[in-house]
Design a protein around this ligand. Structure first.
Ligand SMILES: Nc1nc2c(ncn2[C@@H]2O[C@H](COP(=O)(O)OP(=O)(O)OP(=O)(O)O)[C@@H](O)[C@H]2O)c(=O)[nH]1
Ligand SMILES: [Mg+2]
Length: 307
């Protein structure tokens, strides 16, 4: 099957495309369009971690499109499904980076890839903007050093305090100094936490409030990092996390490491939040600004230009 779209997206989703989505592609391209096909497709989308509700909705929408447009071949149905996935994943609006500074607070459970993603974001944004990092994980020993190492690699300055310092105070200092020194973007790390630890979840609220206090002109994006390998299984936890922490978007990491990248669709639908970035490896360049079109094309490749 010829691939089109972005190479990085195609590479990042290779495991998914050759895993659970290979069956979906084969089902669509190898069959007549009939009820059996829709039933098989629904089952395979669920197996690919797209989530039952979303899978049913996608297949229903595909049925409608096939009927309305009079599609005849599986290849046409595949293209129609790709377009439906693209629509599903399209954010309503871009990220709010309008503030002075624009603050990106990165949150999530332990080990999902927060600090690595921050390094990648710093690398990405520092190409054309002044970026400052804030080492808000003052809980885990060596977390600050880990971020410092990445900050050096990305050649971006870092505001850091000793272990055990109040994370809201560290982030306050970073935002205040960014505003005073004309930095465009502050990216703040936080310690990993579980959604059911009330004290730690309240701390995130305190951090968000301290951003506004530090610089009245600041904007705030709260990006929840989710690990695609845990995918669907972690979604009910993630829902609670979002509610408690006021997340505004998602970074979906480790898409390169799972055959079930379909979970991105379930994440978008269940959380009602846009995916802003996708992690596709451990290197500093392995973070892709989310593109619904590239994602859908990498997941469901077909002949370019198929209606
Ligand atoms: N393959 C792959 N590995 C990733 C990706 N993102 C992060 N990792 C790896 O995941 C591991 C954990 O990453 P960290 O960035 O330390 O995670 P964290 O959320 O900051 O962890 P805590 O601070 O302990 O909560 C590291 O080994 C990273 O290299 C990704 O997109 N793909
Ligand atoms: Mg970390």
């Amino acid at each position: 099957m010829p691939l089109f779209g972005s190479k990085k997206w195609n590479d990042g989703l290779e495991k998914t495309r050759t895993g659970f989505f290979a069956r979906i592609i084969n089902t669509l391209t190898g069959s007549e369009i009939d009820d059996d096909l829709y039933n098989d497709l629904e089952e395979q989308l669920i197996l690919a971690d797209v989530g039952p509700e979303c899978s049913i909705r996608l297949v229903d929408a595909l049925r409608d499109t096939v009927r309305e447009k009079g599609l005849r071949t599986g290849e046409q149905a595949l293209a129609a499904l790709r377009e439906l996935v693209r629509q599903e994943m399209e954010p309503e609006a871009g990220m709010d980076l309008s503030g002075r500074p624009a603050v990106i607070l990165v949150i999530g459970v332990n080990g999902v890839g927060k600090t690595t993603s921050i390094a990648k974001l710093a690398n990405l944004y520092s190409r054309d903007r002044k970026v400052l990092l804030a080492a808000g994980d003052t809980f885990r020993a060596a977390a600050g050093e880990q971020l410092e190492h990445w900050a050096q690699r990305a050649n971006v300055p870092l505001v850091k305090a000793g272990d055990g310092a109040d994370p809201a105070a560290v982030i306050f200092d970073a935002v205040q100094s960014a505003a005073a020194r004309g930095y465009d973007i502050v990216i703040a790390d936080t310690a990993g936490r579980l959604h059911n630890k009330k004290g730690l979840m309240d701390e995130l609220g305190k951090i968000a409030r301290s951003v506004k206090k530090a610089a009245p002109g600041a904007s705030l994006e709260v990006l929840l990092v989710l690990d695609a390998i845990t995918g669907q299984n972690a979604l009910s936890q993630a829902q609670e996390f979002c509610r408690a922490a006021g997340a505004t978007g998602v970074i979906l990491t480790k898409l390169d490491g799972t055959p079930k990248g379909g979970c991105a669709v379930a994440v978008r639908q269940k959380l009602g939040l846009p995916i802003r970035f996708a992690g596709v490896g451990e290197g500093i360049d392995d973070l892709l600004p989310f593109s619904a079109a590239d994602f859908a094309a990498a997941l469901l490749p077909g002949r370019e230009g198929t209606p």
